[in-house]
Design a protein around this ligand. Structure first.
Ligand code: UDP
Length: 415
């Protein structure tokens, strides 16, 4: 008689942040003999996801290739729903794993629900409380929260949010955020900077302000305001370099390039591969970002973050003093960034604030919870933050590569 088949998890993702945060769990699922995993990429960020998969040694089993130039959210959602519906009908996994709050995640959850397949939600329970910001992520994550059968919440705060929406506490596990696992995996290995301008900046004496910007709700003005603020700061601080890997979206690029494109101390570049970006984060004096993932990563390596948004679903770093919410208004952003660049003591206080998001073991907790859910394992104790930085980055005010000692700390024993 043949052995019964292992339960099968279908992991579906489409964007860079989902790929980075799902990768540590996919790797564990691949190594676990009790479970099978199928990887489906939808193609929302095709090249970026391929590069993340390559970084983590993951090959997609299916590529739905849904992206078309100028496509509306409705068209994107409709194409994904129909292609995923067909794939689920053919493949019939035992669970569908989605991450976070993208259109891919919301539509994949809906497709699984329509097919009667349970949804496992990684990074569950984040809420900004404002459906308009971040848009459409807040709506997407609330939809998934209603449909999921297992909620893998990164923090206690996310658990509280879910309980506030009457989610059954038995279905929620606090895992920590898998992005800290991903950082562990990349910062332990040295990375070379392919862009000579960035290599020179990291090697030089100037302060590095690393910037990312892409939020849809800031397309109509916020991103240009932030770019103006960065220009103002560059003019006022001759010792500062801005490094800004441009999001592929043409609207974002069109807002930033006319303002910063010609500045001699602004380095606008293509998106960096995750290992390079991680090492650049660790070499930066301050990070200015509207990214969700970067808000989580920076406190874990002790780099102060200014969050260019009006609301955040990641309040923990702000409460801990590691991050500040500065909005997108030109004057406020410029004032906050200038003040921080001029105040080493304030930067040190932010750098030393506790890191609330993970300890590098989130994927192991998630795997254990999925194993229990599918009847072949047992949950592990939940994540509790500690004051220790999960990943150590030792930097000077003016970093140099030879003084850039980065090490992934040994992981605590989960018992
Ligand atoms: N990131 C990267 N290369 C870059 C910029 C960002 O690998 O040039 C990583 C970053 O470390 C984080 C993720 O991409 O893990 C964040 O992606 P994004 O800001 O697009 O999405 P969000 O986190 O806001 O959902």
């Amino acid at each position: 008689m043949s052995a019964p088949a292992s339960p099968r998890v279908m992991a579906v993702y489409g964007t860079r942040p989902e790929a980075i945060k799902t990768a540590p769990l996919v790797r564990l699922l691949q190594e676990d003999p009790r479970l099978d995993v199928t990887v489906v990429v939808t193609g929302q960020h095709p090249e970026l996801v391929e590069r993340v998969n390559a970084t983590f040694g993951i090959a997609a089993d299916h590529d739905l290739a849904v992206m078309r130039p100028g496509q509306t959210l409705h068209e994107l959602g409709a194409t994904m729903l129909s292609r995923l519906g067909a794939l689920l009908a053919q493949d019939r996994p035992d669970a569908v794993l989605v991450h976070g709050d993208t259109s891919t995640a919301a539509v994949a959850a809906l497709a699984a629900y329509y097919a009667g397949i349970p949804v496992v939600h990684l990074e569950a329970g984040l809420r900004s409380g404002d459906l308009a910001s971040p848009f459409p992520e807040e709506g997407n994550r609330r939809i998934i929260g209603r449909l999921a059968a297992l909620h893998l919440a990164p923090t206690e705060g996310a658990l509280v949010n879910l309980l506030g929406e009457d989610v059954d506490p038995e279905t929620v596990v606090v895992t920590g955020n898998t992005v800290i696992d991903a950082l562990h995996m990349t910062l332990g290995t040295p990375a070379a900077f392919a862009d000579e301008r960035i290599a020179a900046a990291v090697d030089g004496d100037q302060q590095i302000v690393l910037v990312t910007a892409h939020r849809r709700e800031a397309w109509s003005g916020g991103i240009a305001e932030v770019a103006q603020a960065l220009h103002d700061v560059l003019e006022a601080h001759g010792d500062v370099r801005v490094v800004l890997p441009l999001h592929p979206n043409p609207v974002v690029r069109g807002a930033i390039r006319p303002i910063l494109g010609d500045h001699p101390r602004a380095i606008l570049c293509e998106p960096l591969d995750y290992p390079e970006f991680s090492h650049l984060m660790a070499a930066s004096t301050v990070i200015v970002t509207d990214s969700g993932g970067v808000q989580e990563e920076a406190p874990s390596i002790g780099v102060p973050v200014l969050v260019t948004r009006d609301t955040t679903e990641r309040p923990e770093a702000i409460q801990a003093g590691a991050a500040r919410l500065v909005g997108t208004d030109r004057e406020s952003v410029a004032a906050a960034l200038s003040a921080l660049l001029d105040d080493e003591a304030a930067r040190t206080r932010m750098a030393q604030a506790p890191s609330p998001y993970g300890d590098g073991l989130a994927a192991r907790r998630a795997l254990a919870a999925i194993g229990e859910f599918l009847g072949c394992g047992q949950r592990l104790p939940g994540f509790e933050p500690s004051d220790e930085k999960p990943v150590r980055a030792r930097r000077r005010t003016a970093p140099r590569t030879d003084d850039l000692a980065i090490s992934a700390l040994p992981l605590p024993d989960l018992g």
